[in-house]
Design a protein around this ligand. Sequence first.
Ligand code: ATR
Length: 266
Amino acid sequence: KFIMKKYLVIGNPIEHSLSPKLHNHWFEKNNINAIYNKKQINEIDIKDIISELRNEKINGINVTVPFKQSIIPFVDELSVEANNAQSVNTIYKENNKVLGHNTDISGFELAMRGKNYDIKGKKIFILGAGGVVPSIILALKKMGANKIILSNRTKKKAEQLKKNFSDLEIVDWGKFPEFNIIINATSLGLNKEDEIKLDYADLGPNKLFYDVIYNPKQTKFLSKAKEFGHQTENGKMMFIYQAHQAFTLWHKVMPKIDEETIKLLD
Ligand code: ATR
């Protein structure tokens, strides 16, 4: 008999998530009988949702802001990556255990490699200290970054990160050190009017501006950088690659990342 498998992305807010669109597209392309939905939850709901996965009413879960860390105590085991980042974005059941995994790290790495952005020896400046930042730091270190500097409005949160990444350098919010690559990992930019105060004229040439945000496609952070002749990249490929890895884990099928897939998220 046919049983339709069920997948879910949980977060709060969740309305903006394009995960259902992408996964459902790949189900169709690969003739997989499954459905992928999004669900806005509160922290108190996590326990029940994990129980549903345990009972196989749900077959896989993606986790997004702000639960990537708070979900950790509810899973049975963490993958090495999830444990290193203390961040879970992909959950599934294997050998009767609920496993928490992280595909953001490799998602970011593949996005950089796909564009031939060479991280080796580079100075990277990260804005923000939210859920995805530990994954980005791990990927950057793996790719041989020379120095990672971070700034967050709430300095305490930046300093928390230093407990896991002792060579991280912290600067005050509003200060801009020298860098080759700047990464916006704050939620500033989700609203079109959001602006990050930055003296673009003073930065020097040929930087890479990377924004984790992919919707809107071009934040002010990126459009202003473009005006000043810098390279820019949004978070779309990172998003696609993290989904690709989750899909491959769950279905043992590698879906295609082609023009159609990429266009789907425009
Ligand atoms: P979470 O912190 O719950 O994981 P996130 O969306 O991953 O959520 O992270 C939000 C990031 O954007 C944080 O670094 C946040 O800074 P604070 O730690 O000071 O809250 C940052 N952020 C959000 N709004 C901001 C604003 N108006 N100005 C500066 N930084 C902002």
